[in-house]
Design a protein around this ligand. Structure first.
Ligand code: 5GP
Ligand code: ZN
Length: 120
């Protein structure tokens, strides 16, 4: 899933490298968690792999450890942010119909309010 050719001007790779400021909440071996710039819920955090990955559609079985690390980090942030008990939503957007805008894999962690289903 690695795509180092695309990583050079990727904004999320720049956040991982510390070249672009972000409100970083936590880190793990394979992932970094920071607040979304345009929050859609009281808690809206992006959990991204340190290594450049295009999106969830490019993930392969070999990437299992990285994906598990992202989900475990999301759980820890949810606990730290006080939303674990009431619940939260984890979202991967893929492609245009899902409004995916940043081409570096990111897991949205949304919580702190009750949500509707289906999503808009
Ligand atoms: P997508 O629509 O691709 O699933 O989500 C991209 C998310 O990244 C959006 O929620 C957007 O607000 C957020 N975002 C875009 N650029 C930046 C940035 O430079 N910093 C941070 N913290 N969030 C960003
Ligand atoms: Zn990247």
């Amino acid at each position: 899933m690695s795509d180092t050719a695309a990583a050079g001007d990727c904004i999320f790779c720049r956040i991982v490298a510390g070249d672009l400021p972000a409100d970083i909440l936590d880190r793990s071996d394979h992932a970094v968690a920071f607040r979304d710039l345009n929050p859609q819920a009281p808690v809206h955090v992006l959990v991204i792999p340190r290594r450049h990955v295009e999106n969830a559609a490019t993930v392969e079985h070999d990437d299992g450890a990285v994906i598990a690390d992202m989900v475990v980090l999301a759980r820890r942030v949810a606990q730290d942010q006080g939303i674990a008990e009431r619940g939260y939503r984890l979202v991967f957007n893929v492609g245009e119909d899902a409004t995916n805008t940043v081409p570096h894999l990111h897991l949205h962690l949304l919580g702190g309010r009750s949500m509707t289903w289906p999503p808009g």
